[in-house]
Ligand binder design. Structure first.
Ligand code: COI
Length: 354
């Protein structure tokens, strides 16, 4: 690994504003490795800089791109630490394979994440719910307009000190019944930019109607709940925690997986199954569904206040800040912020010497 002197200087001269928001403030450094002739180049840590791309670069036309979202925490003077980074690494290479991209070796992926975090240690924010959001991504960089898989790629890691993704505390969900996000055999379970781009029209509609997040239903029956835009979905029915079972149209969320493990450890019964939005509306009216929440690396656990449909009907949950979401959020953040024992082995200390 090469750490450029200018990168060290850029970090020394950096100062972080107090109001950081989400993804607006970036550390002034980045990590890059390039894939050419079947090989990855040595990782370089450079100052944060613009990418110079030929207008025919494949990613700009055909969207051959993948990314991850992961976080580092620096609480109690024992950090910085990462949360389940191996899961992000595995999912990154799963997405790479789906999108006809080469796998990134573990030493390059982890080397970049650890080095960016250790150099940026002073800028891992420490107020409750804050962290350093790390964004590894890969783009196809071969230059020509032929529609065939690129043979050249760039793997990059950037990082952003962040606060909450949602400023309001709870969210209002709009049930999208016309557009769909993913279908069987498609790319719905890969973390690729196109999945998010395809959801933006629905996001505009959701916002125009005064709501915060789009809920996606299955392309097959327009009734089974799949996920929200960029986060997974949970609800509490008759004191049991439900989440849609994974299919190839749902992103395999690391926060989703952690919540399931955490809830089972807390003796909360968890059911992974197909969830019908029609049935859920009825269960909310009968007050059998008492809570629902969105979860993800960015969203952590964000309670849902209400659901709204195309016909203008609204379904309000009994408690927007329900006890199950609160308990799981406190436990999860407790492990990440080192105030709870990590009995799962999820926390990994940053290796300064990498
Ligand atoms: C994440 O939670 O890391 C995501 O990728 C979601 C994105 C909407 C910020």
């Amino acid at each position: 690994m090469i750490v450029e002197q200018e990168a060290k200087k850029a970090i020394e001269n950096f100062s972080m504003p107090d109001n950081i928001g989400f993804g607006k403030v970036l550390l002034p450094i980045m990590a890059i490795s390039e894939f050419k002739d079947g090989k990855w180049s040595e990782l370089v840590i450079s100052p944060y800089k613009k990418l110079e791309l030929d207008p025919t670069t494949k990613v700009l036309h055909y969207g051959q791109e993948i990314f991850e979202g992961m976080k580092a925490y620096n609480y109690k003077g024992q950090g910085p630490v990462l949360f389940r980074p191996i899961e992000n690494f595995k999912r990154f290479n799963f997405s790479a394979s789906r999108m006809a991209m080469p796998e990134v070796p573990e030493e390059i992926f982890m080397g970049a994440v650890h080095k960016i975090t250790s150099l940026g240690e002073k800028f891992v924010p420490r107020r409750d719910g804050e962290s350093l959001y790390i964004r590894p991504f890969m783009i196809a960089t071969e230059k020509n307009l032929g529609i065939k898989p690129s043979e050249e790629f760039m793997f990059i890691v950037i990082a952003s000190p962040v606060g909450s993704y949602f400023s309001g505390g709870t969210i209002k969900v709009f049930i999208e019944e016309e557009m769909i996000r993913a279908c069987k055999g498609g790319t719905g379970n890969a973390k690729t930019g196109g999945n998010y781009a395809g959801g933006l029209n629905a996001a505009i509609k959701t916002k125009e109607k005064g709501f915060d997040q789009t809920m996606w239903l299955s392309a097959e029956d327009k009734d089974s709940i799949e996920e929200l835009s960029g986060m997974n979905f949970f609800c509490v029915i008759d004191d049991k925690l439900y989440t849609p079972e994974l299919t190839d149209t749902i992103l395999n969320g690391i926060t989703r997986k952690s919540i399931i493990e955490l809830a089972r450890h807390e003796n909360i019964e968890v059911v992974e199954k197909r969830l019908s939005i029609k049935e859920l509306k009825g269960l909310i009216k009968e007050a059998r569904c008492t809570e629902a929440f969105a979860c993800g690396t960015a969203a952590i656990i964000t309670p849902i206040d209400s659901f709204h449909d195309e016909r203008g009907e609204s379904f309000h949950l009994k408690s927007a800040h329900g006890p199950v979401a609160r308990k799981l959020r406190n436990k999860l953040l407790g492990i990440q912020q080192l105030t709870e024992t990590d009995s799962f082995g999820w926390i990994e200390k940053i290796k300064e010497t990498i």
